[in-house]
Design a protein around this ligand. Structure first.
Ligand SMILES: *Cc1c(COP(=O)(O)O)cnc(C)c1O
Length: 360
């Protein structure tokens, strides 16, 4: 037996590593990234801005300027606190670190896998409450699970990943009011959704909202934020590692995230493309495409594994969820640029035409 196998906690050995497939030379529609690069005419200015940063110094510890930039971009009211993380994943981990041994994290299933994984890393209990058949919240089941498991943290992705829908707002408010757990509304896809819970933070002391810049064009920056009452944020801030937001991220964010008009324009293009893609997918015989408030679409396809493989062989990478519980035959495609979406649809249509002879 190797050193590490002898040494490592057995529950960590049992975890399957988070798998990220290689993606050179493919149309990458698997990870909800934005297809839009920095506009050419901003590159010079951006580089000059970067050249001014002092990489021999530690970053600004509070990243106050970046904090302000994000508040303006996302229109966060002054009375709330904002805590920055190295991606919102880091903030999920920070919340887990705030828990005591034996505490429970509760979320819904299917949802974002990191809630469960981070519960495992930090030795907390995890309870995933099943959604209904059409991926809605099962309020009665949620309330029952909350009273049975007495969770410390309740994560609700809004819109949900990988299903793409938002849950009923009234149901969520009932959940928030029913518990003394901290309820985290994870709004990673806020830019593509019609509703947000930021405005509700003043009403519910146990509510915080997570956001990220990863799904609005800046996945490479690794920058997420937690929005809550000033009091909540200043207590949680004790758990943040010093300098967790590096200088390049701070400087880049202070330039790139000020392009509010451009960022909003890009989000509007994706929302428009989402509608077209949904229409095109629905036209394919046998496919069921689920409505989405995010920059991706979940769809159920007969022979999902074969379609996934065929897409990959033809240079289009999407996400295969077909072996996950409750997601039998499901695939998830990120909404890309108009050209990427057309190429994706062409391959999908070709697959079913080839299959045509054998399908009933
Ligand atoms: C992508 C995603 C995140 C992760 O965001 P990062 O800021 O890139 O760590 C968080 N929550 C949900 C629901 C996501 O889909």
């Amino acid at each position: 037996m190797s050193f590490i196998n002898n040494w490592l906690r057995s529950d960590i050995q049992a975890i399957n590593a988070y798998h990220v497939p290689p993606a050179s030379d493919v149309i990458k529609l698997d990870a909800m990234e934005s297809p839009f690069a920095l506009p050419e005419d901003l590159i010079g200015q951006y580089l000059a801005y970067l050249a001014d940063s002092e990489l021999n110094r530690y970053p600004s510890p509070g990243a106050d300027q970046l904090n302000q930039t994000l508040r303006e971009l996302m229109e966060i009211p002054k009375e709330f606190g904002v805590l920055l993380g190295n991606g919102s994943d880091e903030l999920i981990q920070l919340l887990a670190l705030a828990c005591a041994a034996d505490d429970t994290i509760l979320s819904v299933e299917p949802s974002f896998v990191m809630y469960d994984m981070i519960a495992k890393f930090t030795r907390l209990n995890y309870k995933g409450v099943a959604l209904t058949k059409d991926y809605q919240l099962d309020l009665a089941l949620m309330l029952q699970a909350i009273s049975e498991h007495n969770p410390k943290l309740i994560f609700i992705a809004y819109p949900n990943n990988p299903t793409g829908n938002t849950f009923d707002r009234a149901d969520i408010e009932v959940i928030i009011k029913s518990t003394d757990a901290m309820v985290i509304l994870d709004e990673a896809y806020y830019a593509y959704a019609g509703d947000s819970f930021i405005g509700d933070i003043a009403k519910y002391p146990n509510l915080v909202v997570l956001r990220t810049v990863s799904k609005i064009g800046f996945a490479g920056l690794r920058l997420g934020l937690l929005i809550g009452s000033q009091e909540t944020v200043s207590e949680l801030d004790k758990l943040r590692l010093p300098y967790n937001i590096n200088t390049l991220t701070q400087v880049s964010g202070n330039f790139l995230l000020k392009q509010k008009t451009e960022i909003k324009k890009n989000a509007a293009i994706i929302v428009e493309q989402r509608a077209l893609l949904l229409e095109d997918l629905a036209k394919v015989n046998g496919l069921i495409a689920y409505p989405s408030q995010a920059n991706f679409i979940l769809f159920k396809a007969p022979n999902a594994q074969a379609l996934f493989d065929y897409l990959k062989d033809n240079g289009v990478l999407i996400k295969n969820l077909s072996s996950a519980p409750k997601l039998t035959d499901c695939l998830r495609v990120t909404v890309g640029s108009p050209e990427q979406n057309q190429q994706f649809m062409q391959v999908v249509n070709k697959f079913y035409i080839q299959q045509g002879g054998t399908r009933d």
